[in-house]
Design a protein around this ligand. Structure first.
Ligand SMILES: [Zn+2]
Length: 49
């Protein structure tokens, strides 16, 4: 079992945690249950230091 580094995806509006995951390439549209705003998460191989 190798530990997986999970990135936290949060609402930009209210900072509520949507989910944790490891995504290589994806565009996800999610509606925040907290503030009802629709957020788009695009993870297109962004370079993280
Ligand atoms: Zn929100």
């Amino acid at each position: 079992m190798t530990p997986t580094i999970l990135k936290e995806f949060r609402c930009k509006n209210c900072n509520k945690l949507f989910f944790k995951g490891h995504i290589l390439e994806a565009i996800i549209e999610i509606k925040c249950k907290n503030c009802k705003s629709v957020e788009t998460i695009d993870q297109m191989q962004s370079v993280t230091p």
